[in-house]
Design a protein around this ligand. Structure first.
Ligand code: NAP
Length: 282
């Protein structure tokens, strides 16, 4: 059964696992069935973005359901961070999704060329006009998050959507994880299955399988369960309904401390060189 967790500083509870919709395949019916399967099995948190080109499909997928029971998130692309462009992008997203409001509207990536205060004043106006309910950021560093928070006049930033998986743990090293946890900013973990990378490394898969089989689970479930133990909201994308089912059921797997630590050791074991090179370039 799906579990729900408080979102940001709000009193809203959303499903611990959300649904990502980037790079959906061209098989529209399959994608819609997969999203509907998720909603019918308790997922109420659905994530899209103007940049993904999937807002329309998501809108179609959720049409049979009571909109009030869903938490629909989209994002504005950084090229559209000037005040009027934010409003325009939001209106277009609403139209494409076919909804009167977004539960969460996120700044997709920081854009240092446009004053953050200008962008966020438009976001706050969107809250005032009822077009969005909550404001989030995505890919913001601690410094950028602080700047964003300081430029808010009335409302709060409730989430930061960042890359996080057992083998992509930069947010633990650069302070974002701790900063968000301390400030009640929900972490939405994107690419929680490392954009499929984990499935291509057979040695890593074997390690995950060894843990997973103790719980009668799959490697993907072990990875998602590891993320859930970190109190974040993973948003895996699964066009395949079997994958979707597996991902949703990850909420039922509670890893013990030894297995959690073992999964925590895998990034260093398999990707030490890439961690070092990423940090050298920062
Ligand atoms: P992901 O969810 O980490 O991985 C998706 C890949 O894993 C797909 O190839 C999928 O295949 C496969 N998969 C899913 N569940 C599986 C399972 N149980 N067993 C085996 N394979 C499985 O990758 P992602 O799409 O990069 O990230 C998820 C979402 O995060 C995106 O859709 C998007 O909403 C969001 N995102 C946000 C940003 C940002 O800048 N804010 C950036 C990247 C992603 P099938 O599709 O065939 O099932």
């Amino acid at each position: 059964m799906m579990d729900y967790r408080q979102f940001g500083k709000t009193d809203i509870k959303i499903s611990e696992i959300g649904i990502g919709t980037w790079e959906l395949s061209s098989d529209k019916n399959k994608n819609i069935s997969s999203i509907r399967f998720a909603v019918e099995h308790g997922v109420n948190f659905l994530d899209t973005a103007e940049m993904y080109g999937t807002e329309q499909l998501l809108g179609e997928a959720i049409r049979p359901y009571d909109r009030n029971n869903l938490f629909v998130a989209s994002k504005v692309w950084p090229d559209h961070f000037h005040h009027d462009d934010v409003i325009k992008s939001c209106n277009e997203s609403l139209k494409k999704i076919g909804t009167g409001y977004l539960d969460l509207y996120q700044l997709h990536w920081p854009n240092p060329a446009i004053p953050i205060g200008e962008t966020l004043s438009a976001m706050e106006e969107l809250v005032d006009s009822g077009k969005i309910r909550h404001i989030g950021i995505s890919n913001f560093s601690v410094k950028e998050s602080k700047e964003a928070i300081e430029s808010m006049k009335k409302y709060s930033i409730d989430s930061n959507q960042v890359e996080y998986s057992p083998v992509t743990r930069d947010i633990e090293r650069d302070g974002i994880y701790d900063y968000c946890m301390k400030n009640n900013i929900s972490i939405i973990a994107y690419s929680p299955l490392s954009h499929g990378k984990i499935f291509k490394n057979s040695a890593l898969m074997k390690d995950l399988e060894d843990i997973a089989k103790k719980y009668d689970a799959s490697p993907a479930q072990a990875a998602l369960s590891w993320l859930l133990s970190k109190h974040v909201f993973p948003i895996p994308k699964a066009g395949d309904i079997k994958h979707m089912e597996e991902n949703i059921n990850a909420v039922n797997i509670k890893l013990n401390a030894t297995d959690t630590d073992f999964i925590s050791s895998l990034e260093k074991k398999y990707y030490e060189d890439s961690i070092a090179s990423r940090f050298k370039s920062k």
